[in-house]
Design a protein around this ligand. Sequence first.
Ligand code: PHB
Ligand code: FE
Length: 332
Amino acid sequence: MSTTETSRNTNDAVIASEPNHEGYREYELGHFRFRRDEYFAYVTWPTGDHTLSIDDFLRAMQRDVAWDFFYGTVNFDAVVGTVNHYGTVDLFAGSFNEVYRKAERDYVENFESSVIRETFKAMLDDWTIDGFDPFASPAETDKPFGVKAGSNTEAVTRRRVAAQRMVGVPGDEQIRTDETHPINRMFADVPQDEPVVQAEPGYEDKVVAFNLFAYLSRSNVTWNPSVVSVCKESLYCPTTEEYILPIIHGNDRVEWFVQLSDEIKWVVEDRETGVLRSKVTMRAGDVAAMPGDIRHQGYSPKRSMLLVWENASGELPELIRTGRAPVYPVDF
Ligand code: PHB
Ligand code: FE
């Protein structure tokens, strides 16, 4: 089967016409196969197979789909994941795991983004049962386990919120009210007052401010950066975090983190091998630049607010890959 067909639809990816014993369908992408039962997702490829908790699998799949494969590498765990080539996507097993590579059990296939996107979307929708929300913190959702019982299409088709210019300017209002976005239980103490803007006559639509802490206190998702402001390639992507980042993100550019509240512990590993490079504890007010050659996963014991600052330039991965841009933002 060709891996570069563009016309393939998701029906082609479904292996059997009937759901399996537990009520879920099985999917195929190139030579990869995906199956779920009550507790696990099973991934197979020509040189190996792998089992993940369905909980972890769906939380990771949800991010990969909603972020349209994100920047660089989305590792579901230490074995399987995707690399975004912005138009095509690699689906890999063991490619960023030294042991798999040495044992020659690693495997990768490249797909048109639309093909892998549509298959992942179909799998996520089929495998997510009623009451389970992969974006919610584990304390705020039902469980994903068991036989097929309903679905939660509304939750899994949520797109990440992206302002065109900035939250609050005309066209980007994104108003959050008690009715639409109640204050999260862990942010009950966050002041909700909005800044008073006194613009010169004629500038009322141009001078805008909003309370970012109040805005974030009402977020109903975790580990899902939204774009609140855009200045050329500079994107401010704050997010609220609780429990564990469901993916291990392999950077293809430098990312800045500003810890806005509470605390996150980051495990930072070498992007290619997974060898531990450092552990970083970030407390409110701390700022870190995550290098362009690492992968990282965050642990947030209490819901916290994090500002992820991205440079969205499409030239960066190639500049870094060819050594024309450094993997660190500054030399001290
Ligand atoms: C990251 O990989 O940099 C990342 C992803 C999602 C978050 C925070 C950080 O919510
Ligand atoms: Fe990252």
